[in-house]
Design a protein around this ligand. Sequence first.
Ligand code: ADP
Ligand code: MG
Length: 298
Amino acid sequence: ATMPPLLSAIANAGRHGVLIKSAVVMERLGQIDAVALDKTGTLTEGAPRITDIRPLSGAALDADALLALAAAAEHPSEHPLGRAVVAAARERGLQVPGVEDFASTPGLGVTATVGGVKVAVGSPERLLRGLSGQRAADAATAAAGLEGQGRTAVLVTLDGVPAGALGIADRLRPDAAATVASLTALTGAAPVLVTGDNPRSAARLAGEVGIIDVRAGLLPADKVAAVRQMENAGHKVLVVGDGVNDAPALAAAHSGIAMGRAGSDLALETADAVVVRDELAAIPAVVALSRRAKRLVV
Ligand code: ADP
Ligand code: MG
């Protein structure tokens, strides 16, 4: 028997390293006419590295102590930023204390109790909200300085008081710009960047890949709202993401694709399709495959 076009398209997608979960998914992928891309772990490799460790003056902590506390709090985290913090502590041979009461808030950061002290590591904007005084001002300056260099800055607070900032850099995937160009050609408009990261580093990266529409500082629900807005404007949206913070948007969109290698379990379960081999360029290829299969059916 000859394989039905949608099934052979699924087999072809598999050859591109993309796992398509059903024939319906394959068919819907051929209908998308707009794309929303996550930044960290999607357009970037998701293997970020700590580049700067900045204890605040007055915090009475050196760089190693700051990093060790941050790594303790991040130890249970599966977020790429959390893994980067833990890896940096390990590289420096630091002893990372055990924690209690770990909690993570997608798009914001983590908290944990270390030896009776509540350590928070996360978005500077969020952690500084409502804080005032010299230490908060110094922390804001340190974070803005790092972000101005295109870094992602995360803040460390101890019992709610800023103790230092970490600078993190992630490489753009080698096929990111080409993928954005292919998706632009397929849909007639450049993809939209939807990221929880800060506007400064988001805008910088967008410029490098040819994205114009940048939505930064988004929480998971804000990503959903961005997708809904595009769909209300009449588009069928493809969301590509990797994180727990992307799962609601992956579910809400017409089609959702997760980056598989470093992607969170929740993103992989929620998405309609998974890029198993780590090539972003497989995504426009699979959309094109789906459109062709559709034409064969009609
Ligand atoms: P993106 O949408 O680009 O994938 P996320 O929504 O995952 O980014 O993260 C957005 C921001 O939330 C990060 O830039 C950081 O400030 C903060 N954040 C999220 N998770 C963590 C974590 N585990 N440790 C520190 N900061 C975090
Ligand atoms: Mg991400």
